[in-house]
Design a binder for this molecule. Sequence first.
Ligand code: SAH
Length: 213
Amino acid sequence: MDYAVARQRMVAEQLVSRGITHPKVLQAMTKVHRHLFVEEAFWGRAYGDYSLPIGEKQTISQPFMVALMAEALELEKDQRVLEIGTGSGYQTAILVELGAKVYSIERNRALALRARDRLESLGYYHAWIRVGDGSIGWKEKAPFDAIVVSAGTPQIPMPLIEQLAENGRLVIPVGQLQSQVLKKGTKKGTSIRWADLGNCTFVKLVGKQGWNS
Ligand code: SAH
């Protein structure tokens, strides 16, 4: 299988066709070797239009969702982004490719360690991964220019809003277990301007400010 061709097709057929336009996002999605973020048994399906298992009952997000969220974050070079739910580390790599410094939290230790090794071996050095509950953010490293949550939550965790910088963007799936709405909040002074980016289905955010278990 020619993975470079598979990536180009993925970008054209799943991203551009659905309205992803940001050149740097498209470039990053063309560049990052998504198959290296899943087990070898899934390499042949790594560029398909779906999420895939990564062990520990978790999944690598659908390519379109990763691109949509990355675009919505409006990242500029050297901006600081907090990612909650590292999973495979695939989205982390995309955010690093966009020039960001990525602080990423994963509650599952095995996944966090695997993602950390993988990112290091692939040369993605601007990523710092921690094991913990990301629903309360990462206070010591705040404020963040952008925060992205890769797991669904019943309500928006207040600590994340507190840890956003002025004009900071929060992208987060909010709703029920089986379906959520992807929301984007932009911090303006003491208020947040909200926009809906569409429906989505993520695994659940388990933590103090998310689901109980
Ligand atoms: N973007 C990732 C997808 C991750 S799936 C990728 O492309 O691979 C969501 C991840 O969120 C899971 O790995 C899950 O363990 C993690 N998670 C769930 N609740 C969490 C929490 N409170 N803090 C940190 N990580 C959490």
